[in-house]
Design a binder for this molecule. Structure first.
Ligand code: NZQ
Ligand code: ZN
Length: 394
């Protein structure tokens, strides 16, 4: 196991009606003038925003509002948010929504405290050091942004999707009420579940040896997701299953299951070009990419894939042919994604095979460059993975 520091100071308030504590929590973390940030119509329609406004008023916290965060959040609203915060002396940002709203809030939080262009953080020319405090009321279990120090934004000019990370943007508190996710369409629920599973897999496929504890934690989260997800697809109002998935989404991405080991993250990078170019849901893009990435790389460590296949997917270990076991695991993974309504190839996602050179170009590896923690991929390898994804079948 590698050396590590694990520091995850977000306060999580979990359960029914917990959004009513939003105002008190903002106050607890020193907020007196809040930017209430949200997405499209869902939070207004469900009555959630009304309840959060009441909670802020009840706690005597003043606020201004900025809605309209696009799924795969865009830079233009971030600039608007930075201006609004500066003009109104905002000292705390409350994000009500999913990963997109939370990531947009984090970008605004950094931008307000930075003299240059906030995009510097996403083009890797500056490191985030300071940000306004952010709190969240989560409405979809997916990105894990409620417990992570990461943010992903798309620059409208060229539709370039990039991420950044820093301790200063880890939320001060996150309110996790599973009942809020009951209004999600089945497709969005499944996209979120796929993202959660992908966050664990990015960490599971590692070259670090002797990581039994985190291996087992990863396997536990994956098995819980495989068990719980079909329940919420069948019954959107299954609170207990929603609750398990919501906590899994946090655990999958605050890095508790990934410490002390190298991690891959190429499936995410390869997917971000799809959601950047086609504006598809991140989870749907991952459903197409992740099994394809696995098919391309499994020979790098057949036994790790065979372990995953037996422990997580219940495959029978074929000691004479571990490769067959590894491949059976990948097959079951893709079948599972299909069973919850996810696309499995380019056509089902709405992506085009002829765009592969553009996707690889946008990925932006320098000539001769390689990337990834588990298997280092070249641009040619990435093109191959897109080709597998384009034609994938069950
Ligand atoms: O905008 P509204 O009307 O709220 O609709 C949203 C949106 O259309 C809807 N929705 C959310 N909660 C709902 C609801 N509809 C009904 N009832 C509810 N309770 O769902 C749609 C998707 O929302 P979004 O916030 O985009 O989903 P998600 O949480 O999956 O976030 C995706 C973004 O997070 C990034 C992705 O790349 C993508 O941009 N990621 C962020 C990460 C991070 N910060 O750590 C890591 C991830 O790997 C990921 O890359
Ligand atoms: Zn993700």
């Amino acid at each position: 196991m590698d050396n590590f520091t694990f520091y995850s100071p977000t306060k999580f308030v979990f359960g029914k009606d917990t959004e009513q504590q939003a105002g008190a929590l903002v106050k607890e973390f020193g907020g007196s003038k809040v930017l209430l940030h949200f997405g499209g119509k869902s939070a207004e329609k469900s009555g959630l925003l009304g309840r959060v406004r009441e909670s802020l008023k009840g706690a005597g916290v003043d606020f201004v509002e900025l809605g309209g965060v696009h799924p795969n959040p865009l830079d233009d609203l971030v600039y608007e948010g930075i201006d609004l915060c500066r003009k109104n002396g905002v000292d705390f940002i409350l994000a009500v929504g999913g990963g997109s709203v939370i990531d947009s809030a984090k970008a605004i939080a950094m931008g307000v405290c930075y003299d240059g262009d906030f995009w510097d953080f996403y083009s890797y020319t500056a490191q985030p050091k300071k940000a306004l405090p952010v709190g969240t009321v989560l409405t979809i279990a997916a990105a894990g942004s409620e417990g992570s120090g990461d943010s992903v934004i798309t620059k409208k000019d060229g539709m370039i999707k990039r991420g950044t990370g820093g301790e200063c943007i880890r939320p001060k508190f996150s309110i996790l009420n599973p009942a809020l996710t009951q209004t999600l369409p089945a497709y969005q629920t499944a996209c979120g579940a796929t993202d959660i599973i992908a966050h664990v897999c990015e960490r599971y496929f590692t070259n670090t040896k002797n990581v039994e504890t985190t291996d087992r934690l990863c396997e536990a989260v994956l098995m819980a997701m495989i068990h719980e997800t079909p329940k919420v697809i069948a019954d959107a109002n299954d609170y207990e299953a929603r609750a398990n998935i919501m906590w899994a989404g946090m655990v999958a991405h605050n890095n508790i299951v990934g410490v002390g080991r190298d991690q891959d993250w190429n499936s995410h990078g390869i997917e971000h070009e799809l959601s950047g170019l086609y504006d598809c849901a991140h989870g749907a893009g991952l459903a197409v990419i992740m099994p394809s990435w696995m098919e391309f790389v499994y020979k790098h460590d057949v036994m790790r894939f065979a372990q995953w296949a037996t422990r997580v997917w219940g495959c029978k270990m074929d000691f004479a042919d571990p490769e067959a076991t590894a491949c059976e695991g990948i097959k079951r993974f893709r079948e599972f994604l299909h069973s919850i309504g996810m696309p499995i190839n380019f056509a089902e996602l709405g992506a085009k095979e002829e765009d592969i050179p553009t996707l690889v170009m946008k990925f932006g590896l320098p000539e001769g460059g390689r990337t990834g923690g588990f298997v280092k991929l070249s641009s040619e390898d990435i093109a191959e993975i897109y080709k597998i994804a384009a034609k994938a079948t069950l």
